[in-house]
Design a protein around this ligand. Structure first.
Ligand code: LLP
Length: 463
């Protein structure tokens, strides 16, 4: 399913699509490097290790379920993105995928910028020392208070999402005696999902200002007249988990057309375009993501070509990858609790987490893979569904996968590629305690987001 359309909106287990699974891999113990972070391997006893530390030791020290984040891999991905785009472009990590103060420090050290979309993300970024000018502030309904904080902090750009916001940001900036750099987020009539994109005639979504009907041109007109704003460019984000560059191509072409219209009407060449995030990663061996250098070349070529055709100087490009940086860097480690074989159908393997630490399977019908982590096994493969401990039949972590048939309670299993949109979308459903994020690097592991405790639950519940 990770190859098909990323469904919009919630799904209930009762309407989940039919099982989708291929034959078991030849060797269930093998680790496909596409879905695992770079330091994950098996040691001489067959146990999974990350950053040189064996998972049983990690489970003993930090408990399960827990997310283990491979810091070296995270940093390497940051570098790969910034090297691929080079000094003439800007990479903004999308903090919504996963944000913590440690992550902010790594981004800062690796020279990346940061996209935040709430007051909470902004606070985390600033508290961890990200220079405000390297922060972009997003969101379709920023509160006036958030706008004040962002402008007051001196963020490098605010991405304007609506006509009301043009006025709100201009007003706040004037009041604070600033000229705020802004981009306008446009909806280009392209919706991209994984391997497909759909060019729609209308703009039926809450984000951005439509290019259609001259809306975006009108937004530019207004932004250019307000002296609290410095319009630096146009922004477009077309979707999630995208492999097909064709959607970006259409988006870039339409954004460049708008730049040409702006030049013709106002005599101004806007210096930047931001093509958003949304680049896909491998959740299973069936996914074939593109490398950052291919993406950079492809986007660079499209923009250069379109600008040449329109007689424009090539603007500075920025991108906002979230999933593509953090997604593959982490796995979730679970302990197997109960095992329920259903003859001729599948075996349900219950783990000590579930939809509270990974809602993506229930919400988007997302696909994941899983491996036996605490040991290897030569037992026959069995078809499993990895489920959580929540009071809901849709509480599925991995819908269809194969694990060795000698799997037993107490075994540790690991689900790769859970770095993005898992901890950041985690919930307390059934008063589950949200798992910790543990960073592992060069034989050392440290908690960067601690596990919630029952005291945390009671502290919020004021009685
Ligand atoms: N920029 C903007 C303006 C965005 O809205 C997003 C994601 C990104 C960048 C980063 O996209 P990424 O590179 O991480 O795909 N919860 C969903 C994904 C929602 C994405 C929302 N916007 C999921 O779990 O698949």
């Amino acid at each position: 399913m990770s190859r098909s359309a990323h469904p919009a909106g919630p799904r209930h287990a009762d309407v989940m699509s039919e099982g989708h699974y291929t034959a078991p891999a030849d060797d269930l113990n093998a680790l496909d490097e596409k879905v695992w972070s770079s330091t994950v391997t098996r040691d001489e006893h067959g146990a999974l290790t990350v950053g040189g530390i064996e998972v049983s030791r990690l489970a003993e020290e930090f408990g399960t379920p827990a997310y283990f984040l491979d810091e070296a891999d995270f940093r390497a991905r940051c570098r790969a993105w910034s090297d691929a785009f080079g000094p003439g472009a800007d990479v903004f990590y999308a903090g919504k995928a996963f944000l913590s103060r440690a992550v902010v420090r790594w981004l800062k050290e690796e020279g990346l910028n940061l996209d935040v979309c709430s007051g909470g993300e902004l606070t985390t970024a600033l508290d961890a020392g990200m220079p405000a000018e390297r922060i972009a502030f997003h969101g379709n309904n920023k509160t006036v208070e958030e706008i004040e904080r962002a402008v007051g902090a001196g963020v490098g750009r605010i991405v304007l999402d609506s006509f009301q916001e043009i006025v709100r940001v201009a007003h706040t900036a004037r009041r604070l005696g600033r000229r705020q750099p802004v981009q306008i987020r446009v909806t280009v009539g392209v919706e991209a999902h994984t391997h497909e994109f759909i060019a729609t005639a209308h703009e039926d979504q809450k984000f951005g200002i439509a290019l259609a009907g001259g809306q975006a041109a009108e937004a530019v007109r207004r932004a250019l007249t307000l002296d609290g704003l410095e319009l630096i460019g146009i922004h477009s984000h077309i979707g999630s988990q995208i492999f097909d560059m064709a959607g970006f191509e259409v988006s870039a072409r339409r954004v460049v057309q708008l730049l040409a219209e702006v030049r013709d009407e106002h005599g101004v060449e806007l210096p930047e375009i931001d093509l958003g995030g949304g680049l896909g990663i491998a959740y299973t061996s069936e996914d074939d993501p593109r490398e950052p250098h291919e993406i950079a070349k492809s986007l660079g070529d499209i923009v250069t070509r379109e600008c040449e055709a329109a007689g424009l100087a090539t603007p500075r490009i920025s991108v906002e990858p979230g999933r593509a940086i953090v997604g593959p860097t982490a796995f979730t480690l679970y302990e197997v609790g109960t095992i329920k074989p259903l003859e001729g159908l599948r075996t349900y393997v219950s783990v000590d987490g579930g939809m509270s630490d990974n809602i993506r399977t229930a919400l988007y019908d997302a696909e994941y893979s899983v491996t036996l982590a605490s040991r290897t096994s030569d037992a026959e493969p069995m078809l499993v569904r990895v489920v959580g401990k929540h009071c809901e039949s849709g509480d599925i972590v991995v819908k269809d996968a194969f694990l060795p048939s000698d799997l037993a309670p107490g075994d540790l299993i690991a689900v790769p590629a859970t770095g993005a949109y898992c901890r950041s979308m985690a919930s307390n459903y059934n008063h589950a305690l949200r798992p910790p994020v543990v960073a592992v690097r060069d034989g050392a592991a440290r908690v960067i987001v601690r596990r919630e405790t029952e005291e945390d639950l009671l502290r919020l519940d004021v009685g």
